[in-house]
Structures are given as structure tokens and as C-alpha cells.
Design a protein around this ligand. Sequence first.
Ligand SMILES: Cc1cc2nc3c(=O)[nH]c(=O)nc-3n(C[C@H](O)[C@H](O)[C@H](O)COP(=O)(O)OP(=O)(O)OC[C@H]3O[C@@H](n4cnc5c(N)ncnc54)[C@H](O)[C@@H]3O)c2cc1C
Length: 406
Amino acid sequence: MRTEFDIVIAGGGLNGPALGLALAGAGLDVAVVDAAPERDRAQRGFDGRAYALALASVRLLGGIGVWDRVADQAQPIRKVVARQGRGGETGPFGLFFDAAEIEEGLLGQMLEDRFLYRALMDAMQERLTHVPATKVTGQQAMPGGIEITLSDGRTLRARLLVGADGRASGVARRAGISRSGWDYGQTALVCALEQEFPHHGTAHQVFLPGGPLAVLPLPSDRSSIVWSLGNSQAKAIASLDDDYFLAVLSPHLREITGAIALTGARFSYPLSLSLSNRYIAERVALIGDAAHGVHPIAGQGLNLGLRDVGALAECVADAARRGEDIGFDTVLDRYQGWRSFDSTTLALGMDGVNTLFSNDNPLLRAARGLGMGAVNAVPALRRHFMRSAAGLNIDPVPRLLAGKAL
Ligand SMILES: Cc1cc2nc3c(=O)[nH]c(=O)nc-3n(C[C@H](O)[C@H](O)[C@H](O)COP(=O)(O)OP(=O)(O)OC[C@H]3O[C@@H](n4cnc5c(N)ncnc54)[C@H](O)[C@@H]3O)c2cc1C
């Protein structure tokens, strides 16, 4: 294997490969090093993970040549309904978003992790150097570049090292970048269901007293369920057998789904907030969960990561075209300035929504209902929120997220 690259990316989850493909498309020489064995994740059945991809994220996946590979497996999101729920009934006020009200005519797409991951792996094989089952274990910035040590003893050299190695990012730790955050004391119970009523592409968010319950449409009238609960309640519910679990879940869903049946295994994900205090260091940039691990309440984790991908790819590709050193401070400063405010405000906004809605205080309950009713009554506000959900309100929007060439 060659040892000299323009960019080495540590982490081949979702954001690392997406960035690698974007940069390779701009003519840069990229290696993606991933600790996980190749294709392990793509060969599994449905593991409960499915993403609500904002329209802007879908455009980016189109721009890097991945969307065409998965379009047949995706479910368009045409409507979003958010309401409070309690004792199996939903409140009178809520938010009702219909994509027909915005010119794009679509809010996003639902896609299972295994299909997206497989498409990224296939595309990487064709267009860049992929080093699976290998860890990045060391890094040393030096004049004009950075030296990267791998777990098999090899050393790579690049002008820029990107940390896409998730919430426990070793790239960030070794670069001296500290993290802030807290445990939510919540766990997300995740599964997929077959449902009696057709979903017509509608995504539901039901704010239950114990935490939010997301019901997200998948192809063939299945739904992906993400139910966030306090740890002790989640543990108790997770330990129930499948029949009992459905008996506990179905009263909350009856109005939305009718009768339900599980279509695969159930999964639990502990929830925490983990924000890097900086996104850059000497010859280093962080993207995705390595930069910001957020609450899944609005399904924004991957969407935020793909915004990083669009912004960093643009900063680096433009610098390369101008003949600048792509790992130099000025290029990285541009990236950090573009992304850190948006990610931090969105992460803390989701944290606030989770705190505000995950309780049964009667006064807050009434205020929440009235608040949602008020927003819903004003078409311009409704459209503003819809465009945010579709990822169309970033300023300036990275070219790939606007559906333009890098
Ligand atoms: C329950 C739940 C539901 C969610 N739903 C949504 C949703 O609907 N929409 C959405 O946008 N987001 C959603 N998310 C968030 C989304 O899953 C994450 O934001 C996204 O997967 C992060 O991708 P990543 O590539 O940044 O990191 P990761 O997927 O964590 O990938 C990190 C990679 O780095 C590799 N790695 C680690 N250490 C090293 C090393 N030393 N050397 C080399 N490689 C290394 C790992 O093997 C891994 O492949 C959800 C999350 C949860 C928990």
C-alpha cells in the first residue's frame, strides 16, 4: 500500500466515507482507515438503525455518487406530525408539516443504516484507498504534514488528518481537544414494526411524559421506532419479552399505526451529549460524532455530520484549487468558523427540547401544547420550521448540500 496521501481519514462509519468520496471527487488522494472489519455492518440484517435524512443530506449523497445506489430502498418523508401524548391519547395541539407547502415538495428520506453503509463501502472501493480492520493509534504533526501510525505498525503521511472516529475520538484526544457533555440518564429503545394502517410517508414525534417517541416511515408500511425513556424505565421495558413489549408500546401508537408486529430484533442505545471544545488542531479536523454527539430527538446526528462533510470538503477543495496547503491553519479556521456555531446551537436546542418535553408538569404541558398550536397556526412559521427540518436553512449552505457540484 502507498504511504503518502493528501488526506487520511480515521473512521469509516458514515461521515468518514462520505467526506472521502467528496474529496476524491475533487481530485484529492484520500485514504480511509477504519477499525471495523470490512462490510461487517453491511452484511447484517436490519439492526434497528435507520436515518431520517434531511433533503440537504440527500442532495449531498447525490453529489458524491451514493444516492443512486440506495434510492430504491428509501422511503420519502412527506409529512411530519409532532404532538404530546399521554395514556394512549394525543393532545389537540401539535405541529403538522406537509412538504407540499414548500417548493422542494419533500422533507427528506428514511434509509436503513445497512443500505447506506453498503453503498458507501461500494463507492469507496471504486474511488479511494480503504484500509479496514486497522486502527489509527498515533499522530504527529510536523512541518508541511502529519505522520499517522496504524495498529499494524505502518506509518502514513498526509497533509491533513480528519477524525471521523466517533464520540470517543482518539484523533481528538491525541490532538489535545477536550470534550464537554453529560449523560441524559435516558436510553433509546429502537426497533422496526409492521403496521396495520398505511403511513403515507408521515413521520410522527409523540412527546410522552417519560420521553419522546419517534415513529418514522420505512418502505412497505413498516416503521422505525426510537423511544427515549429514563434509564430505569427503559431497562425494565427492554427486559420484557416481545409480546409484553408490544403490549406496552401499542397503546401509544394505536391512533397512528393500528395493530403492530415486530419485524426484527430490539436494540437499546444509551443517550448522552458529547461536544468537542474545538473542531480543529494543527493538521487535524474533526467531523460527525467525533465533533458532536447529540440526542436523537430530532434525528439530526447524521444530518449534522453531513453538513460538516459538505463544509470541510468545500474548504479543502477550494484551497487545493487555489494552490494553498490544504492542512494549513487558515483553511481549517474557515471550516471551524463555518460549522461550530450551527452544531453547538442545534445540539443545545435539541437538549432543551428534550428537557422541556420529557416531563409531566401540567403547566409546562399546557404551555407546550399552546406553543405548538401557535406555531402551527402561522403558515410562514410552519414553512420556516419545515425548511429547517429539510436542512435548507444553513447560511451559507455548502455547495454539495445545495445540490451543486463541489
Ligand atoms: C438511536 C439512534 C437513532 C439515530 N437516528 C438518527 C436519525 O434518524 N437521523 C440522523 O441523522 N442521525 C441519527 N442518529 C445519529 C447517527 O447514528 C450518528 O450521528 C452517525 O452514525 C455518526 O456517524 P460517524 O461516522 O460520525 O461516527 P460513527 O458511526 O461512530 O463511526 C465511527 C467509526 O470510527 C471507527 N473508529 C473508531 N476508532 C478508530 C480508530 N482509532 N481508528 C480507525 N477507526 C476508528 C469505528 O470503527 C467507526 O466505524 C441516531 C443515533 C442513535 C443512537
